[in-house]
Design a protein around this ligand. Structure first.
Ligand SMILES: [Fe+2]
Length: 225
């Protein structure tokens, strides 16, 4: 029996890359469109969103980007992630975020940390599987969402009387380039280390979308009888 290995052509790869980028961008746009009207929020609700967002991002962003770097097999994709991590560490982005939350009097307490516990744990376990393509798709979603979310986050802090906006100013700009880089890395990794077609490429992106939903709306409480 003759077995023929059918490799995807360059244009088939390109079409798949364009499709996944479109899908991730529409997940971001849907989440942005679902944000509560700023004027409808109470001070406690604004506080909750900033604190839960900080509870997820401050201690996890660099961890998750590092996990993605460890997962990636494409030599060409690695420098894109390293550049991103370099900037995070060199400019101390977690310190920037902490200043932002403190200035808005919304630094997370155990209430917000625990509210995000399940989502954060799911993400950690997912990234621990070190699946390059899925991890890159998740981080592309994350960077893209963060960049678009910054104006809203800044408005929440301003309504809480804060003028400390370095975190939101920096991420509203630098993440445009980071998101493009991650989509490029995703395309490179898909060639070198393709995902098993039985797997869901959006598994991590969906988990992160759900994590951001919990940060914005509060975690979903499942009532059992
Ligand atoms: Fe950052």
């Amino acid at each position: 029996m003759n077995a023929t290995l059918v490799m995807p052509t360059q244009s088939e790869n390109h079409n798949a890359d364009t499709k996944i980028k479109k899908t991730i961008n529409s997940m971001i746009d849907e989440l942005m469109a679902s944000l509560p009207e700023l004027s409808s929020l109470t001070s406690a609700e604004r506080h909750g969103i900033i604190a839960r967002y900080s509870a997820v991002l401050e201690g996890n962003f660099i961890y998750w980007m590092t996990a993605t770097l460890l997962a990636v097999k494409s030599e060409e994709a690695r420098p894109i992630l390293l550049e991103n991590l370099h900037e995070e560490v060199r400019d101390a982005h977690p310190a920037m975020l902490r200043r932002f939350a403190l200035a808005a009097h919304a630094y997370p307490t155990d209430t917000e940390m625990l509210a995000m516990h399940e989502d954060v744990t799911k993400m950690r376990l997912f990234l621990g599987r070190l699946s390059g393509v899925q991890s890159l798709a998740a981080m592309a979603f994350f960077e893209g969402f963060i960049q678009k979310f910054m104006a809203y986050l800044a408005a929440l802090a301003a309504a809480e009387g804060s003028t400390e906006m370095e975190y939101t100013d920096v991420h509203g700009v630098c993440d445009i380039e980071h998101t493009d880089g991650l989509f490029r890395a995703l395309a490179l990794e898909s060639v070198v280390n393709p995902l098993d077609p039985k797997e869901d490429i959006l598994e991590g992106a969906t988990l992160l979308r759900n994590t951001m939903k919990s940060a914005i709306f509060g975690p979903v409480v499942v009532l059992t009888a």
